[in-house]
Design a protein around this ligand. Structure first.
Ligand code: FES
Length: 178
């Protein structure tokens, strides 16, 4: 029987499809490492949130299926702990990888520059809902460290100045209205 979790829909373009695949593989590897044991739920949820930014109903259902847990239990745990987010992030998301490979290549300096540019602390969304500044511990793109994911698109060999400019330009665009 396959325990493979379905991938989240990629946000946009082939680059985001590639990272979505990597995220799915990394989540699957985490569950496999724990032999799909139900008591690994919190660690798996942590990994899922790191990879996807928030825990969507679809993602929770897929984790419940893989760990052979009732969806109500998975949902209950995800809502109990404040560090899990079920809500989508801001209109734009910028995730700075702080995993080892990215850390040694200056990820902390990039994060500090983006915090200064946006006035946001990592893990927070701007009051107007336009931007979430997030961190992850590894995005599966260590070969192009430091890596940052901006709106689902992986930016390898990232540098603070380029990212600041890109964020500045993104936020200068008109907000998306639904
Ligand atoms: S440590 Fe950043 S992508 Fe792996």
């Amino acid at each position: 029987m396959s325990n493979r979790a379905p991938a989240e829909s990629p946000a946009r373009g082939s680059a985001s499809a590639a990272i979505a695949d990597n995220r799915q593989k990394l989540l699957e590897a985490t569950m496999r490492r724990h032999q799909y044991r139900p008591d690994a739920l919190i660690e798996v949820l942590h990994k899922a949130q790191e990879l996807y930014g928030h825990l969507s109903p679809r993602l929770l259902a897929s984790i419940a299926h893989s760990l052979h847990l009732p969806p109500s239990r998975v949902y209950g745990v995800a809502t109990f702990y404040h560090f899990f987010s079920l809500a989508p992030q801001g209109e734009h998301t910028c995730t700075v990888c702080l995993g080892t490979a990215c850390y040694v290549k200056g990820a902390l300096e990039i994060l500090a520059a983006l915090e200064a540019e946006t006035g946001l602390k990592a893990g927070h969304t701007s009051p107007d809902g336009r931007l979430s500044l997030l961190t992850a511990r590894c995005l599966g793109a260590c070969g192009i460290a430091p890596a940052v994911v901006l709106d689902g698109v992986v930016i390898g060999h990232a540098d603070a100045e380029t990212l600041r400019a890109r964020l500045h330009a993104l936020l200068a665009e008109a907000p998306v209205t639904s």
